[in-house]
Design a protein around this ligand. Structure first.
Ligand SMILES: CC(C)(COP(=O)(O)OP(=O)(O)OC[C@H]1O[C@@H](n2cnc3c(N)ncnc32)[C@H](O)[C@@H]1OP(=O)(O)O)[C@@H](O)C(=O)NCCC(=O)NCCS
Length: 152
């Protein structure tokens, strides 16, 4: 993800259908901040959210690995956003599988989590498809979010 992706990232994160389970869609400035945040993640940790694209170079969305807080401790999260016109085609599951395998092969953490709004069924389904299960012993600061997890 780089500043060259701003138009596509602003469309993605500005789409109310994609941001249904967020407080509100992001404006262009916030999308630029999102790109900046991921570039800082790459520099600091060697990973972050990456752009998903097809072999033909079509922009699909983002997916990747970021550090979040679960049970008040740092936890490696896999996250994903897919543009509305490309949803339900398996892109998030494929990208999240690659991220899971990257986290495992690079020994980034002993556990992978996904922090998911309790009504967000597609996201819960993606988590399940890559081998995660809801873990009731793990909590996030937001009570309306569930924590899915798997050992790496
Ligand atoms: C979550 C999201 C990334 C999934 O992307 P995707 O590329 O469509 O995911 P996939 O195609 O790999 O899998 C989606 C699965 O959800 C299922 N699904 C879709 N809508 C569903 C619903 N309303 N209830 C239950 N399952 C649903 C699909 O059938 C599919 O499962 P299947 O392969 O067993 O049929 C996409 O919906 C999205 O961008 N949502 C908005 C952003 C978001 O919420 N991100 C996650 C934040 S935690």
């Amino acid at each position: 993800m780089s500043p060259d992706d701003l138009d596509e990232m602003a469309d993605l994160l500005g789409d109310p259908r994609v941001m249904e389970y967020y407080p509100r869609p992001k404006d262009r400035e916030e999308a630029a901040g999102w790109i900046n945040w991921n570039q800082r993640n790459y520099a600091e940790y060697g990973h972050g959210l990456w752009v998903i694209e097809t072999h033909d170079g079509e922009f699909i969305g983002d997916c990747g690995l970021t550090w979040q807080k679960v049970n008040e401790a740092a936890a490696l999260e896999v996250g994903f956003h897919v543009k509305a016109s490309a949803q339900n085609l398996g892109f998030a599951a494929e990208a999240a599988t690659a991220c899971r395998d990257f986290a495992s092969s690079h020994a980034l953490a002993s556990r992978l989590v996904a922090i998911i709004h309790h009504d967000n069924r597609p996201s819960q389904r993606v988590a399940a498809k890559i081998g995660m299960h809801r873990d009731r012993t793990l909590t996030h600061s937001s009570p309306i979010h569930l924590v899915y997890a798997m050992d790496l």
